[in-house]
Design a protein around this ligand. Structure first.
Ligand SMILES: [Zn+2]
Length: 302
């Protein structure tokens, strides 16, 4: 009899999985097994420019080769599908509508160049890709006039100065200040692609995920996603609470899954292993004759 634990593997098919991914996914799989829970595979192929079907096939093969097993996913189906984000647009659109109607969003027409000029500090390479948005379009009043998201960027208005705290099961208490650690972030792109933050929150709720295991590079995104979850549950209280009602979270504001962020795998010089290190792709290591055990050992497991 499986427990209520539901975890997920959520790779993007924009390249080959590398040993940094292997470690995180292995930990996610072990935690699901230890909890006698359910593990799902979600194919995060939202970006049509960067996602490739051959990488999606490769990631499924490589995860299986490592010995990771899931019981719901794009290849095996399940009760909360579709399990590929490119097939879930209706869910994201519904969330976009709710947020817009709740007054949480505004359209932003700043160019990349405007944003680059406004960026005050260089980004911390370890953490985040996105400079704090300077707020140029914040006071726009035309959100209600736009009934479809395409054509402009849409940003979530963060509550300036609010402290977002959460207890990470691996890294302990985390604390971020909205408006200074991160700014108004994208939820929908002008090329009509839902942004990562929105898609993840919508999918984790819809797929009844109870624990999120992922890399520490996403800690700050967790703070953003907690604000999104709350906004979605305010505009319709049932939205998030429904997902977690069977965990006894119902009724008390918004509920979130648990978080377990994994330390990032680094090379001998302390630099983070990035996707572009082709030589460290699981595929390459496998073809060069290494066993799954050896690859996991290289990834720092246990
Ligand atoms: Zn703007």
């Amino acid at each position: 009899m499986p427990s209520n634990y539901r975890g997920r593997l959520a790779p993007s098919p924009t390249g080959l999985l590398h040993i940094g991914h292997a470690r995180t996914f292995w930990i996610a799989a072990q935690r699901a097994i230890e909890s006698r829970g359910t593990l799902i595979l979600r194919n995060e192929d939202l970006d049509p420019q960067r996602s490739r079907a051959e990488f999606a096939r490769a990631m499924i093969e490589d995860l299986r080769w490592l010995g990771i097993r899931w019981s719901e996913g794009p290849d095996v189906g399940g009760p909360y599908g579709a399990y590929s984000q490119s097939e879930r647009r209706a869910h994201y659109l519904e969330a976009w509508r709710r947020l817009r109607e709740g007054g949480f969003l505004y359209p932003c027409t700043c160019s990349r160049k405007d944003l680059a000029l406004a960026a005050s500090a260089p980004n911390d390479a370890d953490n985040d890709d996105e400079p704090v948005y300077p707020g140029t379009c914040r006071e726009r009043k035309d959100a209600a006039d736009l009934t479809e998201p395409a054509g402009v960027n849409w940003r979530f208005r963060v509550p300036e100065g609010e402290v977002v705290e959460f207890a990470d099961l691996n890294l302990g208490r985390q604390r971020y200040v909205a408006g200074s650690d991160f700014g108004d972030f994208l939820v929908w792109r002008r090329d009509d692609v839902p942004a990562y933050q929105l898609a993840v929150v919508v999918d984790d709720a819809a797929m009844r995920i109870t624990e999120i295991v992922r890399g520490a590079d996403l800690l700050k995104s967790t703070a953003r996603q907690l604000l999104l979850m709350r906004a979605l549950s305010h505009s319709d209280r049932a939205y998030v609470n429904l997902a977690y009602a069977d965990r006894g979270h119902g009724g008390s504001g918004y509920a979130s899954p648990d978080y377990f962020h994994c330390e990032l795998v680094r090379d001998a010089t302390g630099a983070r292993l990035a996707k572009r290190h082709d030589a460290l792709s699981i595929r390459h290591l496998r073809e060069s004759g290494l066993t799954p055990e050896k690859v996991l050992e290289m990834a720092g497991w246990p």
